[in-house]
Design a protein around this ligand. Structure first.
Ligand code: CP
Ligand code: NVA
Length: 310
């Protein structure tokens, strides 16, 4: 395996299956060690810029704490700070890399994160764009592995909007040898490029994974080991909320839908959830829900990634 030192995390599709497994192994080991003994962090003299051009709760808290835990000083920048006053991506990156050892960025366009990475001499982490959310999927795969033991051969059904989560789950599932089925209404399918990239990854590495995009939520969930959903209106789509709620009728994860999955299936959601829309209380609060393990694992997965790249 190639060392992950200095590597960027932009979509998740840039990893090889053994690299993904190494991140999950590291996360699991560090999580166990942290539960057994909490040590005062040893300062490393390193620092990280965490840029949030969109709101965040989990990602901000988990990245700040992961950095502190590793003895890395985090500096959080909001929309009033980074790229303000018409400063270009190029100039912003050229300044930040003089200060910090790592750039974490959440923004709108995937192309902007890729431009940051092109200009940056320090590793870059995509903390969510309109198209991909790799940090969340690292945490999701860690959580599924904890609950199911192994990832290869599991069926993951994603129900709802073919958004950044759907796109990234296909890439992660392809690397992990899982069968990913996305159920989305017409016009809300995942990115064709993410579908073809996932298919290509599965073939290139011979992981045995498959990817399918279907219309019917029932068809997707039937026999699934993992049922996943996400908001119907992502950040930046707030004005479309009501139209989207109408378009996604029938894609809510209810007890009736969950009953079609395997009896021991788990329910996941990256959060924040919109109860009564993409999922109902009985499911997200029910015994199959592992959403808070999933949220906790953001910290462990990101700390593992940072410790491997720095
Ligand atoms: N799941 C997730 O990324 O949450 P935040 O938007 O709160 O960071
Ligand atoms: N799809 C959601 C994920 C939030 C963590 C969004 O982009 O808003």
């Amino acid at each position: 395996m190639q060392s992950l030192k200095g590597r960027d995390l932009l979509t998740l599709g840039e990893l090889a299956p053994e690299e993904l497994a190494a991140v999950l192994d590291r996360a699991e080991a560090q999580k166990r060690a942290r539960l057994n003994a909490r040590h005062a962090p040893q300062p490393t003299g390193k620092s990280a810029a965490l840029i949030f051009m969109k709101p965040s709760m989990r990602t901000r808290v988990s990245f700040e704490l992961a950095c502190v835990d590793l003895g890395i000083h985090p500096v959080v920048l909001g929309p009033g700070d980074a790229f303000s006053r018409n400063e270009t991506i190029h100039d912003t990156v050229k300044v930040l890399e003089r200060y910090v050892d790592l750039i974490v960025i959440r923004t709108f366009a995937q192309a902007d994160v890729e431009e940051v990475a092109r200009h940056s001499s320090v590793p870059v982490i995509n903390a969510l764009t309109d198209d991909y959310h790799p940090c969340q999927v690292l945490a999701d795969l860690l959580t599924i592995r904890e609950h199911k033991g192994e990832l290869p051969g599991l069926t993951l059904a994603y129900v709802g909007d073919g958004n950044n989560m759907a796109n990234t789950l296909m890439l992660g599932g392809a690397l992990a040898g899982m069968h990913v089925v996305i159920a989305a209404p017409a016009g809300f399918e995942p990115r064709p490029e993410a579908v073809s990239d996932a298919v290509e990854l599965a073939a290139r590495f011979g992981t045995g994974a498959s990817v399918r995009v279907v219309r019917s939520a029932e068809e997707a969930v039937s026999g699934a080991d993992v049922v996943v959903t996400d908001t119907w209106a992502s950040m930046g789509q707030e004005a479309e909320h009501d139209a989207r709620v109408a378009a996604f009728a029938g894609y809510s994860v209810t007890p009736r839908l969950m009953a079609l999955a395997k009896p021991d299936a788990v329910f996941m959601h990256c959060l924040p959830a919109h109860r009564g829309e993409e999922v109902v209380d009985e499911v997200i609060d029910g015994p199959q829900s592992i959403v808070f393990d999933e949220a906790e694992n953001r910290l462990h997965a990101q700390r593992a990634w940072i410790s491997l790249v720095l």
